[in-house]
Design a protein around this ligand. Structure first.
Ligand code: CP
Length: 332
């Protein structure tokens, strides 16, 4: 593995989940792999889970870790070519990425979208330039359109909390009985948030559905449909109650509109899940990538109940990061 940017960087989802759960069972079994190697984590935006879990994962593999808060501590970056840098930007990404590549064996990068221009954000210009100029493997710590470490975590969490057998001959998880029904639901928020987490969750769950692991449904209000490149194969519904019927996992997340790019649109009805709205599910477990706004996005009655997987899910961020870093160190 040379980069970890999307579900396209993994061929067999079952195998990577199994490998991640093996890291979870023996966190320090591969600590010799990263000895004398350096992981650099570069943040252009805030983070709690991604920063700490990736740092812990790299350290479990014996790596040293450097963290750079580029937004606060770095020089203002220029990403455009062919401009005279006589404005506010101080350092070009060509030099900045290349220099960080000199210091590190693997780099992680977090770079959120601007949410002003869909074409610009969906081109993933900043991530791609960083990848091109740093000359070392790069792990996405959330880019403009995707959050693959979160999505791998979410798949691990679904499989870990369901009933599957791993078929060694097929190298695949096989559901014992009915495939889990996984529902991604839009939920309210006061800020315009990126589509990266739901895009990525959808992309991974659509692939998991193709590989026979889950049935996948997305519930969203009119106007909040995600970019179709990420939802191929998903069942799309506009009524949360319909989606929740017999669901085994409810994945709650807000996102801003893709069609009316980056906007918060008026929405009819109640979209914040509560214990009451879960009654029609198949005793569903509830997931969220965190941070979550209590009683705006998700009811605290759920978050404080046995139904919530959010803390276990955040715990699994370590094993998702660890399996990805391990594969890069093994160069496979
Ligand atoms: N879920 C997630 O990526 O959390 P942070 O933004 O705190 O890293």
């Amino acid at each position: 593995m040379e980069k970890f940017f999307s579900v396209g960087d993994v061929d067999n989802l079952s195998q990577i989940v199994k490998e991640a759960l093996s890291e979870k069972a023996s966190p320090n079994a591969n600590e010799a792999l990263g000895k004398h190697k350096m992981m650099g984590l570069v943040f252009l935006n805030p983070s709690l889970r991604t920063r700490l879990s990736t740092q812990k994962a790299a350290m479990n593999l014996g790596m040293n870790v450097m963290v750079m808060n580029m937004d606060k501590d770095g020089w203002a970056l220029e990403t455009r070519d062919g401009v005279v840098m006589n404005g506010t930007t101080v350092e070009h990404i060509r030099e900045a990425a290349a220099v960080m590549g000199e210091y590190c064996d693997i780099l992680g990068l977090r770079c959120f979208p601007g949410l002003k221009d869909a074409e610009e954000d969906y081109s993933e210009d900043l991530f791609n330039k960083f990848l091109k100029f740093c000359n070392t493997p790069v792990v996405s710590l959330e880019s403009a359109t995707r959050h693959p470490l979160q999505s791998l975590t979410d798949l691990i969490t679904v499989i870990e909390n369901s009933d599957y057998t791993f078929d060694e001959a097929k190298q695949q998880y096989i559901p014992n009985g009915k495939k889990p029904k996984v529902v991604l639901t839009w939920a309210p928020h006061v800020k315009a948030l990126p589509q990266a987490v739901p895009n990525s969750f959808s992309e991974w769950m659509c692939e998991a559905q193709k590989q026979g692991l889950v049935d996948f449904v997305i519930a969203q209000p009119e106007g909040y449909e995600l970019n179709e490149d990420f939802t191929s194969g998903a069942t799309l519904v506009y009524n949360q109650e319909d989606a929740f019927k017999d669901a085994d996992f409810i994945y709650v997340k807000n996102w801003s509109s893709y069609k009316d790019y980056g906007k918060i649109l008026p929405v009819e009805g109640e979209w914040m899940p509560t214990l009451e709205s879960l009654k029609i599910t198949n005793d569903a477990k509830v997931m969220h990538c965190l941070p979550v706004r209590r009683d705006l996005e998700l009811g605290s009655d759920i978050l404080d109940s046995e139904k919530s997987l959010v803390v276990k899910e955040a715990g699994n961020r370590v094993w998702a990061a660890q399996v990805v870093i391990k594969r890069i160190l093994e160069n496979k």
